[in-house]
Design a protein around this ligand. Sequence first.
Ligand SMILES: Cc1cc2nc3c(=O)[nH]c(=O)nc-3n(C[C@H](O)[C@H](O)[C@H](O)COP(=O)(O)OP(=O)(O)OC[C@H]3O[C@@H](n4cnc5c(N)ncnc54)[C@H](O)[C@@H]3O)c2cc1C
Length: 404
Amino acid sequence: MRKMVDFSFTEEQSLFRETVREWLAKNLPLERVRENDIKQRLPKDLIKGLGDLGLLCMTLPEEHGGAGADWVTTTIAAEELGYADISIALPVFFLVQASWGYVVDRYCTETVRDDVLRKAARGEAFIGIAATEPGGGSDVAGFQTTLKRGEGHWIVNGEKTYISGTEECLELGGGYFCVGYHDRSLGHRGMTAFYLPLKAQGVEVTKRFEDMGRMAISTGGFKMTDVVIPDEYQLGETGRGFYLTMEGFDDARLLVSASCIGAAQRALEIGIDYIKERRAFEQPLARFQGIQFELADMVARLEATRALIYKTAWILDEKYKGKIGALEASKWISMCKLLAPELAFDIFKRTMLWLGAYGYTKECPLEMGLRGVMSYCIGAEGAANIQRIVIARETLGREYTRTR
Ligand SMILES: Cc1cc2nc3c(=O)[nH]c(=O)nc-3n(C[C@H](O)[C@H](O)[C@H](O)COP(=O)(O)OP(=O)(O)OC[C@H]3O[C@@H](n4cnc5c(N)ncnc54)[C@H](O)[C@@H]3O)c2cc1C
């Protein structure tokens, strides 16, 4: 008989979720999330703890320092991290490394693995993504960073901005997946990717932004002036940089979406506890149908988005097994990234309203979540309209792609 669709997680995946949730409940209660938000840093023991648990760079093969985890399991971790750290700071630290570390690992030399990836998996280095430039982030083919050929190396000039984790990267060591043009006349096929150690000579960290949220992880910018990148730091083939960037965005967007719904789930639970306790007009708020209808909408939208995200995680696993095309996978991933951050923002906003004046104070954790998930509505790992472009392109067909 034909197998029916099976929505259950494997025993290992369920056990993994429980282990991660328990560890986070013990080591990262909401009071500590608040403390990190105020101090604007992620404590070292948390990062080391994630490394010891095998969560850092968990997507990398075991022989490269990772856990060889599939994307469904990694999505579970991203969801649980969002549930624990609703400010989204620790999820960012986790997910950029699980996704961009994975892409770096797929296309790098053993030198890069030794220099950064194995260390990042132990929490002793940071690997992130430095794509966005002062001229804009959405239009990757419009980037201005250039690579000029030298003897056995590239010479890189350019500027990257709004980059997550610059302070952490300076402190721990490590660097970024980076991309620029080696030949502009070839259009997006003239882009090449490379690993940029943040402490390389000629790299100057110029800025730390005062963000609105996810305060415990930094966002910064840096200039690259005649930075020498040895050939062994090139990622993939010359001219494949654009495609590698798109691959990394896809992996990251899935995990972003999972962290957003994890945070939204926590917000909903905080809200539910409150409306059951809080009384108005001699009844708990939860008895009012006006409140119940809002709750029902949120539960339904959250479950629908969660189902989409886990289906998409399965699709990503199938893509890497060669069973589903990359562009088809991109469409599903963009659907997740389009829906999850906006839904999470909406759930934080609505639950804050349930909590009345208390919801507007910093005694209540919800405002941290509102500020955190907003970063993914704004566009970290790709703005909403870019997701719409991908979905429309893959639905209508390439002949409807707008030309430059
Ligand atoms: C907290 C935070 C952390 C970040 N971390 C990183 C990082 O680690 N690494 C990194 O490389 N970048 C990072 N970014 C940058 C992020 O990737 C960019 O913000 C994003 O790609 C959008 O680029 P932009 O901000 O330049 O906006 P723009 O590209 O200028 O776009 C502005 C607006 O125009 C819309 N738009 C653009 N093109 C179109 C179009 N064709 N049709 C319709 N609408 C369009 C967008 O949807 C957006 O709303 C981060 C951003 C934030 C907020």
